[in-house]
Design a binder for this molecule. Structure first.
Ligand code: C5P
Length: 234
């Protein structure tokens, strides 16, 4: 898949999501969209099928984390939805990631991209050391989890754009980095801490940027999305 901007559709209902995406109806390029836990738990497979039917590429961001057998079977169910990208937590172990891949792969060998969350960007160095009892430097942990994901056969990781370089160094340039924490130089950071612009994310080597509020809360969401596409994809 080509480098793309993924709009985080963090809405609480099918109606709100469709009303938002209707604004993009006149565009030649269809925005790729992310369905996270809030929207999926509210609107389920119906919203996935509706957005698929409208021609959107979909990143289903459900971050699976359970015993390998359960994740394998859950991924088998998700693979029937024919989305383009799904994810798991790398902390579930290589065995769990390999089981996810197995469950996701259809009989003809096709499957959505499978990426791993390393350490959530909301987890600080202190919380990782003191609460999770994972010793050492958080960047080393991120690189190590990314290597585990690669060894399990996954396609890439979700990480902060500022961590993209260390992931590419550890796993090679073809290992995908999907990066949230994107802001225009002239927009609010909101609750995101480690942020960068679409243009800088491109320079650093992100393969996909995930952008929520800079597009969804913009006065003109289509113009904001076009600006992201121009800065990141072109
Ligand atoms: O509105 P904003 O651009 O901050 O949205 C970013 C999106 O990316 C949200 O859906 C958020 O849940 C998601 N995300 C993130 N940081 C991560 C993983 C996912 O911001 N580490």
């Amino acid at each position: 898949m080509e480098r793309d901007v993924i709009i985080a559709c963090d809405f609480a209902s099918k109606e709100a999501t469709l009303e938002f995406l209707d604004k993009f109806a006149g565009e030649d390029r269809k925005p790729m969209v992310k369905i996270g836990m809030e929207l999926y738990y509210a609107a389920g497979n119906e919203i996935v099928k509706e957005l698929k039917a409208r021609g959107h590429k979909i990143f289903l961001d459900l971050k699976l984390h359970d015993i390998p057998n359960t994740v394998r079977k859950a991924m088998k169910v998700l693979s029937a939805l024919d989305v383009d990208m799904v994810n798991v937590h790398a902390s579930g172990t290589k065995e769990m990631m390999a089981a996810a891949l197995e469950g996701l792969t259809r009989e003809d060998g096709s499957r959505p991209l499978l990426i791993a969350v390393t350490q959530l960007t909301s987890t600080s160095q202190e919380a990782m050391n003191d609460q999770l009892l994972v010793a050492g430097d958080i960047n080393d942990c991120i690189a190590h989890y990314a290597k585990n994901a690669k060894e399990a056969g996954l396609d890439g990781v979700v990480c902060s754009p500022l961590e993209g370089g260390l992931v590419k160094e550890a796993c090679g340039k073809d290992f995908l980095t999907v990066t949230p924490g994107i802001r225009f130089a002239d927009s609010a950071a909101d609750d995101q801490k480690r942020i960068t612009t679409p243009a800088r994310a491109k320079e650093i080597g992100s393969d996909f940027i995930v952008v929520g509020r800079p597009i969804t809360a913009a006065a003109d969401p289509v113009a904001a999305w076009r600006r992201c596409v121009a800065d990141f994809c072109d």
